[in-house]
Ligand binder design. Structure first.
Ligand code: HEM
Length: 313
């Protein structure tokens, strides 16, 4: 579906939303997407990483080789898909990476941690809007061993560090019961290098904060109580995460990238088919799912707003 206001639309043709393995092949093979919010989000990311390093960054010592693979993959994507914005020169084992948007140049010896001021994953994450999670595969499982996470939709990197795939997904209603989580894990463990996948996740948010971590819930969660039928269009935002999965061939880890997009409901509904379908989905959404997504406190208000807008068309 063509995106309006450059929002990736998360729904298929069905007006009934349920959890499923909705991953699809990523044909462009590009991990990174730049939007017109690039500079603002990069500077917000760096500010958060400086002020709250324990909340936004985690790594186990044994992830260093996989971290360099991520640097390789992302820089390669940046210079391939955005050659007018990023450059790479390789000379005698030395990599000279230039970001023409932030006007920065970094020079380091690939694979040598001592030639960078910060860890490789932390370094490259500061040049892209995506959050970057590294899942290492061992003992038939995937473990969250490293990540740079600035824009979580109500979860905590610190809390989830070193958890396996099932533990991470344990709060999600219905995920365990019908073996969905087992099937998704099996699917992930079979992902091959060179064949990346993508999926979209959606939620609503009262307010427009990208850094909605579990740790700061008291700062942004209160806005849920302020939503009315009258202010919903402006206050409530539709949030979409574009998530991509890449096998790292040498370390056998999985890179999981998350690009968070947000659009106010009043802009979202300007496209009538979106208004119609989202109204139908939200009306039929199972209680367990809207409770989990944190929409319960203002779902009725949003439905009233959408219904009133539908009557105007
Ligand atoms: C391997 C990389 C992945 C990581 C690190 C990851 C991580 C997470 C985290 C941290 C949450 C929030 C959990 C909470 O509430 O505390 C979540 C939610 C969820 N994940 Fe994953 N996930 C991954 C892959 C997948 C895949 C491949 C699927 C499905 C095909 C999936 C489906 C979901 C769903 C449906 C939710 C609930 C989201 C919502 O309703 O808002 N995840 N995931």
């Amino acid at each position: 579906m063509i995106s309006h206001f450059s929002l990736p639309y998360p729904f298929s043709d069905s007006n009934v939303y349920k959890y499923s393995n909705n991953a699809a092949l990523l044909h462009t093979k590009n991990a990174i997407e730049l939007t017109d919010r690039y500079l603002d989000e990069i500077s917000l990311k760096r500010e958060l990483l400086t002020k709250h390093p324990e909340r936004c960054y985690h790594s186990s010592p044994h992830t260093m080789a996989a971290q360099w693979e991520i640097v390789d993959l992302i820089i390669n994507n940046l210079v391939t898909y955005y050659p007018d914005k990023f450059e790479l020169e390789k000379k005698d084992g030395q990599w000279i990476f230039s970001n023409l948007l932030t006007k920065e140049t970094a020079s380091f010896k690939f694979g040598d941690r001592t030639t960078l001021e910060i860890e490789p994953l932390d370094f490259i994450g500061r040049h892209v809007q995506e959050d970057l999670i590294l899942m290492m595969q061992r003992d038939g499982d995937l473990i969250l061993d490293a990540g740079q996470l600035c824009f979580p939709a109500n979860w905590s990197l610190y809390f989830n560090s070193e958890m396996n795939f099932k533990e991470i997904h344990s709060p999600i209603p219905g995920f365990q019961s019908d073996f969905l989580v087992d099937r998704i894990l099996q699917f992930l463990m079979r992902i091959e290098a060179g064949t990346p996948w993508e999926r979209k996740n959606w939620s609503l948010m009262a307010g427009s904060r990208l850094d909605s971590s579990l740790e700061t819930f008291s700062e942004w969660g209160q806005a849920r109580k302020r939503v009315t039928k009258e202010n919903a269009g402006e206050l409530v935002h539709f949030r979409v995460e574009v998530q991509k999965l890449f096998r790292l061939p040498k370390s056998n880890g999985i890179l999981f990238t998350i690009h968070s997009h947000m659009l106010s409901l009043e802009k979202f509904i300007q496209h009538t088919p979106w208004l119609e379908q989202f109204y139908a989905i939200l009306r039929e959404l199972p209680k367990a799912i809207y409770d989990y997504k944190g929409i319960s406190l203002y779902r009725e208000q949003v439905l009233d707003y959408l219904e009133a807008e539908l009557k105007k068309r």
